[in-house]
Design a protein around this ligand. Structure first.
Ligand SMILES: NC(=O)c1ccc[n+]([C@@H]2O[C@H](COP(=O)([O-])OP(=O)(O)OC[C@H]3O[C@@H](n4cnc5c(N)ncnc54)[C@H](O)[C@@H]3O)[C@@H](O)[C@H]2O)c1
Length: 438
């Protein structure tokens, strides 16, 4: 094995989660020497053995292993030390919102303090985490300056480039989606754009400031949230009128300017339910953006009301939620609608059960629900099934074991209503008129 790492340009990737590890592995396979940093020692230990701790990300296991074999990727919990060895520093540690939807900077603030303690003169720092517009320069540039004494734009370069990839296809998206980049001055922009051209090999969209790049990413998320809210509003109205929303969408979207999104039981994950608050809390407090958040967060409540209308009180009913993850085929419980459903079912005195092929029974119990395998004999005691996330494994579900089930609420409009009705079980979709058992 030849070790090429010594002569290669150096990058520190701070935060080795789903996105950070993927970036680190891709950079390392594009002739960069990558120092990964993460506060979780289990993560750094596995990376140092060439093993990805992220599941269901096509191609990632192989890239991490190849980088390890070439000595191009190492990991540490000592962020400042990793940063001190790097020409370029990429920060990809999340900013979340708390229970009151206020912005929670705790994780990234700690990471940036570490960056400031390690940064060397003439380094380039790029933030990739989705941020409220203005934060790269006004919050983090200032924080690095206050701690390190180095001035952004003079002693180090500073840029922002949002991560716009989709879980399950990150490696593909890194190569194929254009990378938006904004720098605090021309040199920062040029250095950041040059870095991505070689480290990712993708097309670049250079914008006039980090704030524009930050705004563009949040705007994408708001666009999705508002359009999903519209689909949900139309779906509820279609139900009122006895019209099938799935049929409406197929018909409407045949016109090139129509792109009605899919209605559903709720919006979850790291991005869409969180980032609109980066606008709402910074002044966009009225209009479509906050209203859409409310409409989408009300969908779980709406689904439960539909169930009550069909079967009466939920007290003591056994209700199975299919999918703990916020969407199909990923293992991501952040802001999943399943969590809202569990809470609301408990408030109604029901017994929530959860099935999710990506989570162990122990993990499911952490969310206050009982795990249930789809071949378990207790399936016959389930009164209602709610499809929350449509994993591929659910294509082949055999509901004939659910001998006591009165209703299946299809929160993603994916199941076959006729097959369900044939088993003597009622069906309800979102925006799709329910079918009674034959
Ligand atoms: N997951 C997605 O699909 C997605 C898509 C687009 C953009 N993004 C952006 O990427 C960001 C990261 O997402 P992710 O999915 O990789 O998150 P993640 O939760 O998988 O990973 C975050 C990592 O950061 C580490 N970390 C936390 N605090 C740290 C600190 N102080 N220093 C060093 N490491 C620290 C954690 O241990 C964890 O490994 C998101 O917040 C979002 O802005 C994510």
């Amino acid at each position: 094995m030849t070790d090429h790492s010594e002569s290669l340009p150096t990058v520190a990737v701070v935060g080795l989660g789903k996105i950070g590890l993927t970036l680190a592995a891709v950079f390392a396979n594009h002739r960069y020497n990558v120092f990964g940093a993460d506060i979780n020692p289990d993560v750094t230990a596995s990376v140092n053995q060439g093993i990805s701790h992220i599941q269901n990300e096509p191609g990632l296991d192989e890239l991490v292993w190849a980088a390890h074999q070439n000595n191009a990727l190492s990991a540490t919990t000592a962020t400042a030390e990793a940063v001190s060895q790097a020409d370029t520093i990429v920060v990809i540690v999340p900013v979340l919102t708390d229970e009151q939807n206020q912005i929670d900077y705790r994780m990234i603030d700690r990471a940036v303090e570490d960056v400031a303690n390690g940064i060397q003169k003439d380094a380039l720092v790029i933030f990739e985490t989705t941020l409220p517009p203005g934060d790269t320069e006004n919050r983090f540039g200032k924080m690095i300056k206050d701690i390190s004494g180095l001035r952004p734009g003079r002693d180090f370069d500073l840029a922002y480039s949002p991560e716009r990839v989709y879980s399950n296809q990150i490696i593909h998206d890194l190569e194929h989606y254009p990378k938006i980049v904004g720098g605090i001055n021309e040199k920062s922009l040029e250095r950041a754009a040059d870095f991505y051209k070689t480290a990712l090999g993708c097309e670049m969209i250079e914008v006039s400031s980090p704030e524009t790049a930050e705004f563009a990413k949040v705007a994408e998320c708001v666009y999705r949230d508002v359009n999903i809210a519209l689909a949900n509003e139309l779906a509820r109205f279609a139900e009122d009128k006895g019209v099938q929303m799935t049929e409406v969408i197929n018909a409407s979207n045949s016109q090139p300017y129509a792109n009605i999104h899919s209605p559903g039981i709720g919006v979850g994950g790291h991005c869409i339910p969180i980032y609109p608050y980066f606008f709402i809390n910074k002044g966009l407090s009225e209009g479509l953006t906050p209203l859409s958040r409310k409409i989408n967060d009300n969908m779980a409540d709406y689904a439960i009301t539909k169930i009550e209308e069909r079967i009466g009180s939920l007290s003591d009913k056994n209700i199975l939620i299919l999918g703990l993850s916020y969407r199909g085929n990923v293992k991501e419980p952040t802001k999943s609608t399943a969590l809202m459903l569990i809470d609301q079912l408990q408030e109604k005195g029901a017994n929530p059960f959860v099935n999710d092929p990506s989570f162990s029974d122990r993990e499911i119990r952490l969310y206050d629900a009982a795990p249930l395998a789809l071949n378990d004999q207790h399936c016959s005691e389930i009164d209602v099934v709610i499809l929350q996330a449509f994993h591929d494994a659910y294509n082949a579900i055999d509901f004939s074991h659910f001998t006591n089930c009165q209703l299946i609420l299809d929160g993603r409009n994916k199941l076959n209503q006729k097959d369900i009705n044939r088993l003597g079980i009622a069906y309800e979709g979102i925006g799709n008129e329910g079918g009674l058992p034959f």
